[in-house]
Design a protein around this ligand. Structure first.
Ligand code: NAD
Length: 370
């Protein structure tokens, strides 16, 4: 048992509270990590607000980076002192995992959102012994230390701990946007890609699209500063949905052909509808990554879909973390994926301020620097 400080969310509180906690020693398939950086994602805020599946109290945080302090006896791919990024968890045994698609693990929801190990236990307890969810996305990285599931722990190269902290969001937001575009949509020469929602995930999609030979890369949002950054990151066009008619502008940009590819990252059903309605006949595909509160319905005209258009739900960019996370780190270090332009560092005790800044559009990717 070791001691740590962690940002605990209690039921109905809607806030993070730093508390002393006790961490179990890592079990055979677990890794004790000293957290260096932890990105805050919209999914943390939705889970804090109890809009998703995670039971509270829990320690959230699923974009961690850090240094390995200890490993369970069954862990062979990392050892003490290694620099690592933390990503989602998966079973490693189901058909999807065996075929290189762990983001579509049959147990994805329980392994990542329950905040508990498969046997129902959790590695975190309060100082007084209260059980606290401690395996959010296999890591619960809003703490000075975490006990992560081995399949969430990816060894990476980083020059120092400052760079390691910067890399933290690769484990979710960056890989979700880049992966959805490169792995699921895969646009080619002459194609038109529109990104609905230019948050951290959407702008990662813009950076992914900018790595391809797509002709048009179009970012749609309602926050002017985000659209400005979208231009810097490679968007050829931007649309402010508050000021312009999105469908008419997309029609104009694609010269009536429609979108060959779209990424819906706003989580707003009306934007999903716009994305579907803008797809090209015979080939248009929208990758849906935005996650509204559980139970949210979306609509589309069934007959419109029949003309060879596709709606594809995507988790974590269909990333096989042990390959794709190091690849993204390499792209960043080569200057080809400048996601640092989205990052602002906060002290851990500023977590509630960072979360509010993200929710209110003042920061794209807050990262807690431990
Ligand atoms: P974010 O809040 O930073 O981004 C959402 C963007 O949508 C914002 O820039 C916002 O201004 C924009 N937006 C909202 N309403 C709009 C409107 N009416 N018109 C145009 N733009 C509008 O969030 P994020 O961190 O980028 O995450 C995006 C979504 O992806 C969230 O729902 C998150 O939960 C989800 N997510 C999914 C996965 C996955 O694996 N599928 C992984 C990570 C995040």
């Amino acid at each position: 048992m070791s001691e740590a400080r962690a940002a605990v969310v209690h039921p109905g509180s809607g806030t993070f509270t730093w508390e002393d906690v006790r961490l179990e020693e890592p079990r055979h398939d677990e890794v004790l990590v000293r957290v260096v950086g932890a990105g805050i994602c919209h999914t943390d805020l939705a889970s804090r607000d109890e809009h998703l599946h995670t039971p509270l109290p829990a320690v959230l945080g699923h974009e961690g980076s850090g240094v390995v302090e200890a490993v369970g006896e069954g862990v062979t791919h990392v050892s003490t002192g290694d620099k690592v990024l933390l990503s989602f968890s998966s079973c490693g045994r189901c058909r999807s995992c065996r075929h290189g698609h762990p983001a579509y693990c049959v147990d994805f929801l329980s392994l990542n959102f329950d905040g508990k190990r498969p046997d129902g236990t959790t590695p975190i307890a309060s100082a007084s012994g209260e059980v606290i969810g401690g395996r959010f996305f296999g890591q619960s990285s809003f703490g000075t230390y975490c006990v992560a599931h081995a399949r969430s722990v990816v060894p990476v190269e980083a020059a120092d701990e400052d760079e390691l902290a910067m890399l933290a969001p690769v484990g979710c937001g960056i890989q979700t946007g880049v992966g959805a575009v490169l792995k699921e949509l895969d646009p080619g020469s002459g194609d038109s890609v529109a990104i609905f929602g230019a948050g951290a995930v959407g702008l990662s999609g813009v950076m992914g699209a900018a790595l391809t030979s797509a002709k048009n890369v179009i970012a749609i949002d309602i926050v002017p500063s985000r659209l400005k950054l979208a231009r810097e990151l490679g968007a050829t066009h931007v649309i402010n949905g508050k000021e312009e008619g999105t469908l008419a502008r997309l029609d104009q940009i694609t010269q009536g052909r429609g979108l060959t590819h779209a990424l819906e990252s706003s989580g707003v059903p009306a934007l999903l509808r716009q994305a579907i309605d803008s797809l090209a006949v015979g080939e248009g595909m929208v990758a849906v990554v935005g996650a509204p509160p559980m139970g949210t319905d979306g609509t589309f005209d069934v007959n419109f879909l029949l003309n060879g258009r596709t709606i594809r739900g995507v988790t974590e960019g269909d990333s096989d973390v042990f390959d794709f996370v190091p690849e993204l780190v390499g792209l960043y270090r080569d200057g080809r994926l400048p996601f640092d332009k989205m990052v602002r560092f906060y002290e851990p005790d500023q977590i509630n301020e960072a979360a509010t800044d993200a929710a209110e559009g003042r920061v794209l990717k807050p990262v807690l620097r431990f």
